[in-house]
Design a protein around this ligand. Structure first.
Ligand SMILES: CC(C)(COP(=O)(O)OP(=O)(O)OC[C@H]1O[C@@H](n2cnc3c(N)ncnc32)[C@H](O)[C@@H]1OP(=O)(O)O)[C@@H](O)C(=O)NCCC(=O)NCCS
Length: 227
């Protein structure tokens, strides 16, 4: 098993394949308590791990992330979530230091209409919450997005989700905030982006199969809506 304290040991197969194009996204993160965990880009082989992660989430965490109380994450859905193009769609996962085969957190962005805009979503397994992982992933995802020319972000957050709302308010420059049916829609940029209209080295192209609803798993409909 890779020693999570050794950064050199953190790049394994098959994750290293996808991470090869995003070396800055495949590395160790240090949590507030000193624990080191491996963050890496998602790979298709992570699909069953997403299902397993969902199984371990509390009802509240599931609801805040997916706006739904579905009992299992369907494998087809997990496959879709695990297959990204690393440009217009990207997910960063964090492996458990005790079991690299288990994921403890996911941060992702999906196309949100305009080429320089993406919708973001985050989830941290309950027993890993409040240790700084969400804050780190938020910064890492926005940085990776900027490298892909994405500078504006959208998030749908349940109005009672103080933690996520505070996190965005603290770490981003919020441009717009609206509340509808108990869901807050926020549009924001990274504080480190020079201007909201800044363009990266290239503009990602929308793929032909890009779903209409980029977040796919959360919509501004009542949270009880089926996935
Ligand atoms: C929201 C979430 C991603 C944050 O991840 P996390 O690892 O818990 O975040 P952090 O540990 O970095 O904590 C973020 C901040 O929230 C604060 N916080 C912790 N618990 C809190 C609570 N109950 N209410 C308000 N703020 C809280 C922390 O103190 C921290 O602030 P600080 O850095 O000033 O100390 C995680 O809690 C989660 O997965 N929630 C369920 C899914 C979800 O809500 N996803 C968002 C949908 S876009």
């Amino acid at each position: 098993m890779a020693d999570p304290r050794n950064d050199e040991d953190l790049a394994g197969e098959p994750a290293a394949r996808a991470g090869a194009g995003l070396p800055q996204c495949d590395r160790a993160l240090g949590l507030r308590d000193g624990t080191r965990v491996r963050m890496r880009p998602i790979v298709p082989e992570d699909a069953p791990k997403l299902v397993a992660l969902y199984d371990r989430l509390s009802r509240d965490t599931r609801y805040h992330r997916f706006f739904s109380a579905m009992r299992r994450l369907p494998i087809d859905w997990a496959r879709f979530l695990a297959n990204v193009d690393y440009r217009t769609r990207l997910a960063l996962v964090v492996e458990s230091p005790d079991d690299p085969g288990a994921l403890i957190a996911v941060a992702r962005y999906e196309p949100a209409g305009a080429p320089d805009t993406a919708e973001v979503a985050f989830v941290v397994q309950d027993d890993w919450q409040n240790r700084g992982l969400g804050t780190l992933l938020f910064r890492e995802l926005l940085r990776a997005a900027a490298g892909n020319g994405i500078v504006r972000f959208r998030a749908w957050v349940l109005a009672d989700n103080r933690r996520m709302l505070d996190l965005i308010a603290r770490l981003a420059r919020v441009e717009r905030r609206t509340l509808e049916q108990g869901v807050v829609e926020l549009t924001f940029t990274s504080p480190s982006s020079p201007t909201a209209s800044h363009r990266g080295v290239f503009l990602p192209q929308r793929g032909p199969d890009t779903p209409d609803s980029p977040a796919l798993d959360r919509r501004p409909t009542p949270p009880t809506a089926p996935p």
